[in-house]
Design a protein around this ligand. Structure first.
Ligand code: 5GP
Ligand code: MG
Length: 184
């Protein structure tokens, strides 16, 4: 599996140092408050597991799933499935967590829905930010790392369902996806 990786962009040590830094900022930001952390499946599960164990505030963990009805070239319509219960959202401070902020469509939509469902405050924290790819106006409140405009896998991020279990973030060798548009 490692043979499919062209180069490593973030090692496990770098990743965990970045998470320590952001978790400390979040712990200070939410000091004395209770939050609901919302993990956008599937890509964020590893990031969220590592981040929330570094947060020193009381929290509930909830999940959201976003489906895209597009083909390989056209960004499709996005449909959000929110799994938090009413109690986990209404009047609560929500920390929305996603693996990567790319066009911005996913997080903009999920944030809107969380507010529509009664969240008192929604802040966003992403593992990776690809600012060059933004298609809609949206910025995360916190990002652990910025990456250039290239397709990355590992640490939760997949290509065709694979590579999520790599401990690092890497760029795939071109021949793995040769001829295929990997635009999410
Ligand atoms: P957005 O709605 O911001 O365009 O897309 C965010 C989603 O696209 C991410 O949650 C992720 O699933 C997918 N995505 C965007 N860029 C990459 C990438 O470089 N690698 C992988 N594996 N997924 C990506
Ligand atoms: Mg995703």
């Amino acid at each position: 599996m490692h043979g499919d990786i062209e180069r490593i962009l973030l090692s496990e040590e770098e990743i965990l140092r970045g998470l320590d830094r952001v978790a400390q900022t979040l712990t200070e930001e939410y000091a004395g408050q209770e939050i609901t952390a919302v993990c956008v499946l599937k890509g964020s599960c590893i990031f969220v597991a590592d981040l929330i164990r570094r947060l020193q505030v009381p929290l509930n963990l909830a999940f959201a799933y976003v489906q895209s009805y597009g083909d390989r070239t056209e960004p499709g319509e996005l449909v959000t499935h929110l799994m938090p219960t009413e109690d986990e959202l209404r009047g609560r401070r929500v920390l929305l967590l996603d693996d990567i902020l790319d066009s911005g469509r996913t997080l903009r939509l999920v944030k809107r829905e969380l507010i529509a469902r009664g969240a008192a405050d929604v802040r966003t924290c992403v593992f990776l930010d690809k600012p060059a790819r933004r298609a809609v106006e949206f910025e995360a409140d916190h990002a652990c790392f910025q990456v250039d405009d290239l397709f990355v896998v590992g640490y939760g991020l997949d290509y065709a369902g694979r590579y999520r279990n790599l401990r690092f973030v890497g760029a795939l060798r071109e021949e793995i996806y040769a001829g295929e548009d990997v635009t999410p």
